[in-house]
Design a binder for this molecule. Structure first.
Ligand SMILES: Nc1ncnc2c1ncn2[C@@H]1O[C@H](COP(=O)(O)OP(=O)(O)OP(=O)(O)O)[C@@H](O)[C@H]1O
Ligand SMILES: [Mg+2]
Length: 328
């Protein structure tokens, strides 16, 4: 029996999700690839959460890489290999040759970057590849009335990019993409703790701090946590107490890029659509939407109501799914 299978992929800097038409989301994995460097070219030994778990627990020859950085492909071979593994997992039941893949790209990508994503999906075994702009997919997945003759504002904050867009009549009216998102928030925490406490911490610790006590706006019951790392002064392990307020201050600079992007997008929005946005508010998606108090900060700065979508991590891939159901 010959039948095609349609799949939607959110190829994210932090997480890759795969939607199979008729089945829903079947893969949610970190965008991580573990490679054995003893081979040339390097051999991929694991992808996704399996690869993430290997970080720091493997023999010296195995290294874990994140093939996407700042929302674009940084390591083409590793990205293609990761996609190949995920697509294989998704299309077990049908002939590989008929696989149609819809994959999201940030709104600001260049032609070269689009081609890289397209080629990676093709070399991973997809027969047909179509690209969808990430903010459009996010808006669809968040259930916004994207096809209506009214404006909706979507803000998707991922690991590598934050995308701000106004959509109406099935199209992006105006948008802005900044390469300051979740990963940069982690970096800001690393830099702050190095400068203020002379303590060196890694990316995963920084992300833990962000998720446990990080915030964009003061919140009730905020406290502190103990952070372990390497003392920059004597090289020995040490732990320090870090407060929620300190972390909030450390994140301020990065968050100002997001606020600027929202402000500029609002300024570039035709007045009739601006009126719609005042009524409909701003919708947040992506993992960064879960940063405590981010909705409150945006609401205070823009004076427009802000809603965090349900399942913010799933919206983009859900959007590709909705698009696939619509078009085929
Ligand atoms: N509770 C939380 N609070 C703050 N940040 C969070 C939380 N949970 C996840 N994140 C952050 O969300 C980001 C990942 O979000 P998401 O999966 O939407 O990104 P992505 O789609 O892979 O990236 P991009 O769209 O930029 O390519 C990470 O930076 C992660 O640290
Ligand atoms: Mg994303």
């Amino acid at each position: 029996m010959l039948f095609s299978q349609d799949i939607g992929i959110d190829l994210g800097t932090a997480n890759t999700l795969v939607f199979v038409k008729g089945k829903g989301i079947i893969i949610r994995e970190p965008s991580v690839v573990a490679v054995d460097q003893r081979y040339n070219p390097v051999r991929v030994v694991a992808v996704g959460s399996q690869a993430k778990e290997m970080i720091g627990r493997t023999p010296g020859s195995i290294g874990a890489v994140r093939p996407l950085r700042n929302g674009v492909i940084a390591d083409f071979d590793a990205t293609a290999e990761m996609l190949r593994k995920f697509i294989r997992k998704a299309v077990t039941a049908s002939p590989f040759s008929k696989t149609r893949v819809m994959i999201c790209v940030p709104s600001g990508v260049t032609e070269v970057e689009r081609r890289a994503v397209n080629d990676a999906a093709k070399s991973a075994g997809a027969r047909y590849v179509s690209l969808i702009e990430q903010p459009m997919a996010a808006a669809l997945g968040a259930g916004l009335p994207v096809d209506a003759p009214r404006g909706s504002m979507i803000v998707d904050i991922g690991g590598g990019t934050a995308e701000v867009a106004v959509v109406a009549l099935g199209d992006i009216v105006t948008s802005r993409s900044v390469k300051v998102a979740g990963d940069s928030y982690d970096e800001a925490i690393i830099n702050y703790i190095r400068k203020k406490h002379s303590l060196l911490i890694g990316e995963r610790t920084a992300e833990d701090i962000k998720i446990q006590i990080g915030s964009a706006f003061p919140y009730e019951g905020e406290g502190a946590m103990s952070v372990k790392g390497r003392n920059l002064v004597d090289g020995l392990p040490k732990d320090v107490e870090v407060s929620a307020e300190e972390i909030r201050n450390a994140l301020k600079g990065s968050l100002s890029h997001l606020l600027d992007a929202i402000r500029t997008t609002l300024e570039n929005t035709p007045p009739e659509l601006s009126a719609d946005i005042i009524d409909g508010g701003i919708t947040l998606t992506g993992g960064g939407a879960m940063l405590r108090g981010l909705d409150k900060l945006i609401e205070k700065e823009m004076k427009i109501p802000v809603t965090i979508s349900d399942n913010p991590l799933d919206c983009v891939v859900e959007g590709t799914g909705i698009c696939l159901e619509k078009h085929h």
